[in-house]
Write a protein that binds this ligand. Sequence first.
Ligand code: SAH
Length: 366
Amino acid sequence: MDLRLLDERLDAAGEPRFRARQVWEWAARGADSYERMTNVPLELRERLSSEVPFSSLRLVHEALASDGTEKALFETHDGRPVEAVLMRYRDGRRSLCVSSQSGCPLTCTFCATGAMRFGRNLTASEILDQALHFRRKEPVNHAVFMGMGEPLMNLDSVLAACERFPDIGIAHSNIGVSTVGWIPGIDRMAEDGPPVRLALSLHAADEALRSELMPVNDRYPLRDVLDACLRWHERRRRQVFVEYLMLEGVNDRYEQAVALADALEPRRAFKVNLIPYNPTDSGYRGSGRDAIAAFRAALEERGVRTTVRLTRGRDIAAACGQLAARREPGPAEDQDKPGGGEAREALVEQRHAVEDREDRRDVAHE
Ligand code: SAH
């Protein structure tokens, strides 16, 4: 729910300060309406029901994969698409993948979200409402900011959301924030903010290639980004998770593994996660299993801790495609692009990319 609006309306109703906390605690524990909040006076519950929508997001579609992975597509009040995913593991972990922005202003060439038009930063409440959607179904205990957007470009909202995640059941040490290497954000996270995990989308150890894949590298070159990661590591005493997409013939050669290992000094500060690529319209192809295994071996020979990410929720990809085909563009989409629209692109993006994000859990699970 929009927690600012909640505060505002409680003030207007002359309610004591503790009411906001009471309402939030119910929501954070998975209540699905104001009616359930039995320690809040009935009249106030009714008033809130009409004045403060229970969620700041409207659920547009959901899909459930046979492995238990579930994803949801929402829309903000102004029609912006927002995606979130819940991954269910046999050992009881329940891990969320949340979005920090609708669309993304960065233009990583392999990323489908990067190809869509940037919408806007999400508010803390819009981030929390993604989590609460799933919390209403069952308890959750991990979260990664690996949905749409660059979390460190929306750090105020991301940190505000992180502050409240423990109320929902997600401890700070079980939260992973993934970044392209937005240095001011990394530095700020090192200095203050909750003790969450940090993941860096590295993808190429060579500056020129990285700039090609991720134009943001021109602004914040890898060398400087790694220095910022080391500052974070010094301060937080935690490993930085390095995400490395495996793109066939682009960044998967032996020498590139060697260059990556050379860049990751001291070894103890980093852990690499190799990511099989989900093809998009970008034209890149994912490296094959053998190439990924060889790359991993080259890293491990050099003492770099390396894992390979598995893919989950494949079958809901198809569901998303079907949803996208069925979906009519809404008014907000019409304004942006005739016949297509952001929500639809978001679904296509989901089909291509988010399925692989669904088990980006290592960051939060170490
Ligand atoms: N902006 C942040 C977080 C969102 S993206 C970041 O870049 O880290 C989360 C991860 O998904 C990033 O590592 C990104 O590089 C990766 N990704 C993007 N497109 C992908 C695709 N098609 N297949 C697999 N991973 C992808």
